[in-house]
Design a binder for this molecule. Structure first.
Ligand code: CP
Length: 317
């Protein structure tokens, strides 16, 4: 595997899961694989889990790591070709990307949707420029439309906790004060649709995901009905995708907050969220602190998903 931007890049998903569980059993089995290889992690946006888990995963494989926070200490980067660069951006991505590629063997990129142009966001303009111009394998550390390292960790977690072969997994929209990208729910839907789980998406009207991500999932507009018999509740906020409201908050309906009353409708479901989470907006204190909350093991599995992906990339060098 050279690049990793979505579930299909992994190839056989069951085989990838098998590799992930082998790595989890012995994280230091492949410490020679990354010897004298350098990972460069480029962040256009903030991070806690992705930064730490990916760095740890690379170190487990014996790699050297470098981190560049583009908005803190680096030159501001222009991304549009043809622009007269007389503003506040002294460097163009078209030079910066191949230069970054000179100093490393693998590149991880975090670049969120900017909500200025749906076309730019959904064509993954920034991530694809890294793939095209860096000369290095590139993996997504959350791009405009997907967060595959998160979704892989989510899948590993569900496989660890599921009590039936075909669990009911519910992705629920929940309120948030700000407009958030669709990357996590898009990606989660893409990965769930690649399994044979019973997968349901619930959200208020106006928050429909792009059809290529919602796929064949059942969409249920009644959140309580969706929760009935669920084995996993995966909460996340996202801004509207559909025009003319792309990138906007069209509802902050607090009745969608995940609480104990709604969790009682489920089959003693586990509660999941990618974190960071706004308590008592997305989920109540009681639910996130309950024994059914698996947000910490879910975050811990970010190290495993990153290490599995990096191992596969290193094997292709
Ligand atoms: N879930 C996740 O990607 O967390 P960070 O934004 O902190 O990296």
């Amino acid at each position: 595997m050279r690049n990793f931007t979505n579930v299909h890049d992994l190839g056989d998903l069951q085989q990838a899961l098998k590799e992930a569980f082998e790595i989890k059993k012995d994280k230091f089995r492949f410490t020679e694989l990354g010897k004298n290889k350098t990972l460069l992690m480029i962040f256009f946006n903030s991070s806690l889990r992705t930064r730490l888990s990916t760095q740890k995963a690379a170190m487990n494989l014996g790699m050297n790591t470098m981190v560049l926070d583009v908005n803190q200490g680096a030159w501001k980067l222009e991304s549009e070709r043809g622009v007269v660069m007389d503003g506040d951006k002294p460097e163009h991505l078209l030079e910066a990307i191949p230069v970054m590629g000179c100093y490393c063997d693998v590149i991880g990129v975090r670049s969120f949707a900017q909500f200025e142009s749906k076309e730019d966001d959904y064509s993954e303009k920034i991530l694809n420029q890294f793939i095209r111009y860096s000369g290095r394998p590139v993996f997504s550390m959350e791009a405009a439309t997907r967060h595959p390292l998160q979704s892989f960790a989510d899948l590993i977690t569900i496989e660890e906790y599921k009590k039936t072969e075909r669990p009911k997994v519910v992705l629920t929209w929940a309120p948030h004060p700000k407009a958030l990208p669709q990357a996590v729910p898009n990606s989660f839907a893409e990965w769930m649709n690649a399994t044979d789980y019973d997968f349901v998406i619930t959200h208020p009207e106006g928050y429909e995901l792009a059809p290529e991500f919602a796929g064949n999932a059942r969409v249920e507009y009644d959140q309580k009905k969706a929760f009935e018999g669920a084995d996993f509740i995966y909460a996340k906020n996202w801004a509207a995708y559909t025009d003319p409201n792309y990138g906007q908050v069209v509802s902050k309906d607090r009745s969608w907050t995940v609480d104990t009353e709604k969790m009682a409708l489920t089959n003693q479901a586990y509660f999941m969220h990618c974190l960071p989470v706004r308590r008592n907006m997305i989920v109540t204190d009681d639910v996130i602190e309950s024994p059914q909350s698996i947000v910490i093991p879910e975050a811990a599995n970010r190290e495993i998903s990153a290490q599995t992906v990096l191992k596969k990339i290193l094997e292709s060098l």
